[in-house]
Design a protein around this ligand. Sequence first.
Ligand code: ADP
Length: 556
Amino acid sequence: MKVKKSTNGEIYKELEELRIQLQEANDLILAIRTGQVDALVVENDNGHQLYTLKSADQTYRVFIEKMKEGAVTLNDSGIILYSNSQFASMVDMPLTKVIGMHFHAFIPPEDKENFEQLFRRGWESDSKGEISLRNKNGEVVPFQLSFTSLELDEGTALSIILTDLTLQKQTERQLKLQNELLEESRLKVAKMNEELEDIVKERTRDLVLSREHFKFLADNIPVIVWTARPDGSIDYFNKLWTAYSGLTLAQSTHGLQTILHPDDFEAAVRHWNTCISNKNRFEFEYRLRRKRDGEYRWHLGYAVPFKDEHGQTIAWFGTFTDIEDQKRQMAKKDEFISVASHELKTPLTSLKAYIQLISNSKYLPEDIHLYVKKANQSVNRLQSLISDLLDVSKIQAGKLTFTTECFNLSELVASCIENISHVYASHKIKKSLAPELIVKGNAERIEQVVMNLVSNAVKYSPPKSDIIITAEKRGTSAAVTVTDYGIGMSEANQQRIFERFYRVENTSVPTPGLGMGLYIAAEIIKEHNGSIEVKSRPHEGATFSFFLPLVAGQRD
Ligand code: ADP
């Protein structure tokens, strides 16, 4: 080889050119080092090739470095020309190592084919796809890859933005789960709704049915039926009412005055108003005018309040029962009792007189004496029954009259106990009597009351049990009590035993009686402006008490 001889000038010139080239090369290396230019030297078949990126702009570099997503740039063989530090940290490798690696290395085998397709398509147009990558913990993580081809000085490159879909997938999964739960709840609610609708339908049907039943019953029973609001204003009458009174519902609510007998109106309205305010059962007898013939007929007005769980009245259910015929029959019966007891009284008095005469006879054999004694006892019992019947008749006729005077009630009770102790030796009679209780009344009638209470106590309690009698002052009244420890009675019976001829049905202990004693006692006490009451529990005994007003000087 022939070497061309150069002049000194030429050598200097060449040296100067080489120096400039070196300077340029050094500047480039510095630019690459300081990140002013993205560049990479890749070794291939044609020796080393340097790649530099056009986008050496600092603003974008910072932006790409700071974003959450991974960003890489690949050449056409899939070599990573550029990677941001986020991608390096995703795959847990130093950035310097990642650059120059084959991107395929991070793709699990099952996703390789999928990636190949995306990779090919990415060169042609912007595209997206989902694949999995292994993260730094070796876990396969879902990513979304966005492909865009870039123009570099050295040819085209492919940039990929990698978005971690783990959180999104988790959110999607949670959302799906919540949606499923929501759907499940919706179905449950829908089912409950259906069930509720069924129940409502059933209840409505029951309600309609029971209302129809009520109307049917109310319109077909021979009793006037009505309902009222809590304040007592009537809001329903059955057909019988209209037929009887000739009034419509609207006319009835204001026109009851025209139907009720003038003598009964005031008392009935007063009692009805008291029952409304006390929310108590209403029971009253009055006469109602029949439209057909203008006749006033006795009716029993009866109403009960229907209350809610707080005891407030929701409605009143009431009836008017025609008791005219019963009243007439009762009047006939009373008349019969009155006549019969009067008629019986005279022959009985002479019978008693004859028995008395026979028993006084000296020549009577012993056994006949015994028969006469027994006959006398029966006559006495008959006399007391007839005397009770006469009393009942007198009370009915309003003729139970007696003279009154002041007497010591304590003394009267003491003398009653004295008599009783002889007659009822079977029981232990105990007493506690205040020394002086002066009342005004008829001593004989009050004695009748005491004797009745004590004879009942004996009748309805076992032999040898105690009977306690007390007489004491209570406020402005004198109180007499008779307590026994016998069969007692229910609350319901306590309400009724002062009624005429009322007897408690007690088949286990049959006792003679007609249910007149307490009725007469109550009427006598009422005539004395006093009151009578009973307190009792079944099988524990009973305490009957009556109260009479003390004379003025004796009151507290
Ligand atoms: P009677 O003649 O039937 O005893 P009363 O009017 O004296 O009539 O009494 C009415 C009813 O009250 C009785 O049938 C009885 O059931 C009940 N009675 C009265 N006194 C007592 C008592 N001391 N203990 C239990 N029940 C009683």
